[in-house]
Design a protein around this ligand. Structure first.
Ligand code: IPM
Ligand code: MG
Length: 347
């Protein structure tokens, strides 16, 4: 089993290092890790945020553990050279269309949620976000209008095959959970969303045992804060999923807690915390590594066929939190290394 480690920028290397320590502590046989640069770090080393060798390693690997990309010093580069293009490029190149972002509250963290404890208590939602289409990948650019004004544009589009494919992931995910799927769109305004809603409804015919509902994205954001416990599985497009998953993370305690899996059609995956590179705290040793540690857990479960080891990681994180572990984002003062130490001790 080959794992590609792509630490990236900002706090990415700090948190990835700790997740690899936890993997190591599991003592799994036959697991090798190879590392490659990505994002701003790769740009500085070789002039491109996603070097060929890095993409090669990602292709060769059985799974990819990814830190974060994003670097304010790169914000003035042409768009195709910016760090963010590396993660978008790897998702596209590897066909990682299905992004699973679970937001559930560790009971020990009820007081860390941005919501009142009695509201936060019930949050256990899986956001299934489409990851290789939408306004992220449509025709985009800058142009000048007839009136001489600068105009930016980004085309939003989905074809029906793209929608049906992620809808199936949504239905199958819901079926393995509580059997409730909420599809989120903006069909009252967007044609893309009208097709989304029609196709999701058509696919529903194959999943009689899943209860399907639809919400507009603005309402979904409101409902997630008002009563997150009503949601089981959410399926949505790339842009809405990006926004709703950050929102859900704060309902579930902290953005420093949420892992994700990005899967291709055969279950090969890239695993990353949903947070970014957090340049404001990079290099200070205080980033919360739990999202990346939990991402390594998802990697064991979804790509490496090691469900038992994944269970062990999740249980150890729970025990470490129960034992009082709190990094700064959770209102405590544990360092990145101490947080990983606590998880390893709990293993
Ligand atoms: C995420 C991030 C990325 C995204 C950025 C870094 C391109 O916000 O994974 O949620 O928008 O998909
Ligand atoms: Mg995001």
């Amino acid at each position: 089993m080959l794992v590609a480690s792509l630490p990236g920028d900002g706090i990415g290397p700090e948190v990835t290092r700790q997740a690899l320590r936890v993997l190591d502590a599991l003592g799994l046989e036959g697991l090798t890790v190879e590392e490659a640069p990505i994002g701003g770090a790769a740009y500085r080393a070789s002039g491109h945020p996603l070097p060929d060798e890095t993409l090669d390693l990602a292709r060769r690997a059985d799974a990819i553990l990814f830190g974060a990309v994003g670097d304010p010093d790169c914000d003035d580069l042409e768009r195709h050279l910016r760090p963010e293009q590396a993660i978008l490029g790897i998702r596209k190149a590897l066909g990682l269309f299905a992004n699973l972002r679970p937001a559930n509250l560790f009971p020990e963290l009820a007081d860390a949620s941005a919501l009142r404890p009695e509201i936060a208590r019930d949050i256990d939602v899986m956001i299934v976000r489409e990851l290789t289409g939408d306004v992220y990948f449509g025709d985009k650019g800058m142009r000048t209008t007839e009136a001489g004004l600068r105009e930016g544009y980004d085309l939003m589009s989905y074809d029906e095959a793209e929608i049906a494919r992620i809808a199936r992931t949504g239905f199958e995910t819901a079926r393995a959970r509580d059997g409730k799927l909420c599809s989120v769109d903006k069909a009252n305004v967007l044609e893309t969303s009208q097709l989304w809603r029609d196709v999701v409804t058509e696919v529903a015919a194959d999943y009689a045992n899943v209860e399907l509902s639809h919400l507009y994205v603005d309402n979904a954001a409101m409902q997630l804060v008002r009563d997150p416990g009503q949601f089981d599985t959410i399926v949505t497009g790339n842009l809405f999923g990006d926004i709703l998953s950050d929102l859900a993370s704060m309902c579930a305690g902290s953005i420093g807690m949420l892992p994700s899996a990005s899967l291709d059609k055969d279950g090969k995956g890239l695993y990353e915390p949903i947070h970014g590179s957090a340049p404001d705290i990079a290099g200070q040793g205080k980033a919360n590594p739990l999202a990346t540690i939990l991402s390594a857990g998802m990697m064991l479960r979804y790509s490496l066929d090691q469900a038992e080891a994944a269970d062990r990681i999740e249980a150890a994180v729970g025990r470490a939190l129960a034992g009082g572990l709190r990094t700064a984002d959770l209102g405590g003062s544990a360092t990145t290394v101490e947080a990983a130490d606590a998880v390893i001790a709990a293993l």
